[in-house]
Design a protein around this ligand. Sequence first.
Ligand code: TEU
Ligand code: CA
Length: 566
Amino acid sequence: MKPMETWWKESVIYQIYPRSFNDSNDDGIGDLNGIRERLDYLADLGVDVLWLSPVYQSPNADNGYDISDYQAIMDEFGTMEDFDLLLKEAHEKGLKIVMDLVVNHTSDEHEWFVESRKSKDNPYRDYYIWKDGKADQAPNNWGSAFSGPAWKYDEQTGQWYLHIFAEKQPDLNWENERVRQSVYKMMTWWLDKGIDGFRMDVINLISKDQAFPDGETHGGAYGNSMEFCCNGPRVHAYLKEMNKEVLSKYDIVTVGEAPGATIEEAQRYAGSEENELNMVFQFEMMDIDHGKYGKWSPMPFDLKKMKANFKKWQEGLDGRGWNSLYWDNHDQPRIVSRWGSDKKAWRKKSAKMLALCLHMHQGTPYIYQGEELGMTNVRFPSIDAYHDIEILNAYRELVKETGAMREEEFMEGVYKLSRDNARTPMQWSDEAYAGFSSVEPWIGVNPNYTEINAKQEIADPDSVFHFYQRLIALRHTNKVVPYGTYRQYMEEDDNVYVFTREYEGQKLLVACNFSEQPQTVEWPDALLEEGYTPWIGNDSLKPFEKAVTLTPYEGIVWIKEETKKA
Ligand code: TEU
Ligand code: CA
């Protein structure tokens, strides 16, 4: 079935992590005016939509994903007037703005929770999930995504509250209709201000199995809650309600973050006939290199797993839903260090190959700040330089408390897959602090900023930045890029990824070498067609021949167009 054409399918979305993007007032913390100062840079890159990670008032237990007031701006980031000006100037430059919506949980400092914990008969009590313990034990064995138990005992009323994430992030009780109406009202307030959509944080966790059963422990101290929270019993009913009462009234884009979503679930969240969301962020791809202790024990990259995942999702949503395409975000390490190579010889080239690969798929691509510069992971000398609550809690549990991992072993995991890799300041120039701020930033700068920075990337016509610019432009001018039907070839090849895209008489053949060695590709018969000409690539463009040798980390696209009938 042909996908329905619409603006958000032809867009490229750029994610900003405000704390680390640009500091306008020299306190070492990025802010809204800092974003505004860089709008021309973003317009020049050519992206269509900016997604801002949370800018709301927050005590910052989880860098803004713990919100204490949904309708106020974090003091460190500026004021509501600053926000309004940012929105206005972005719109003037043709850039839309998508806000992060974090409504699986609030901060424990949100007034709803402050009220809720006061007494069992407080009108806000049922805004959260309170339970009696079993004797002096938690209501069940669930562990938190940030280590330790998912329940916290509260002296005042002698009950426990659920927090799937940090203690300071109590889960909202979506069973309560008043909670849902409060959220819808808040969303409507933002949409009426003129924002262009929402990225919804862990939105597939909002409906919990009301029996709250113990989860599998897999030999660990805590049970897995995900089976009972991800894609829970009423999640589709809630999203349909949200769509009807709020989303359907605006021409916006919505993307749900959905850890644990299978393709079957995604067909419902992002199905064109389902009236829920436009697309979801799936995690299956991001888990392929997780080992025994998850991201703390990284596994070697396995291209075949990645290819199998693309095939499943590209085919599974074609014509019936829509994919989001991402390598990086504020929760993931830098892709060039993860599945490319950040060695000096290959960094630029592999960053471009990865960009080409992702952007040639069907779906809406997301670029995370700095990805367009080929920014890399960081290796801070000790755990003290890290800020992320996920890293610090896991360190405490796995290294200090249980001794399950040795310190050096754990740090290797941090270097490879931890979230702070993505959170170092944006590298604008080779000036002090990478031009991000004139004072020491809240988190260390990656020392490679003297070589990798926006200023020099803009000056170099052959840079990663200009390659992204070209990819974005091609998507805007050729419908085969967003909409083309996907087909994968040579699935068994360990080093090379080959696929085609087809749409209304245009056909693309994409080949990417994910290895550091040259790879000679002998095309299967089905691909041996006449008429391909080289279109875009990260090496000198070569003609399409029976056998083609791809250089290390080469990515190339050939195009074939049906001769138009006169
Ligand atoms: O992330 C949820 C999520 O599932 C994970 O990516 C999570 O960050 C962690 O890596 C689990 O191991 C969202 C936000 O993107 C993240 O920044 C927040 O910390 C989290 O929700 C809680 O709001
Ligand atoms: Ca600042």
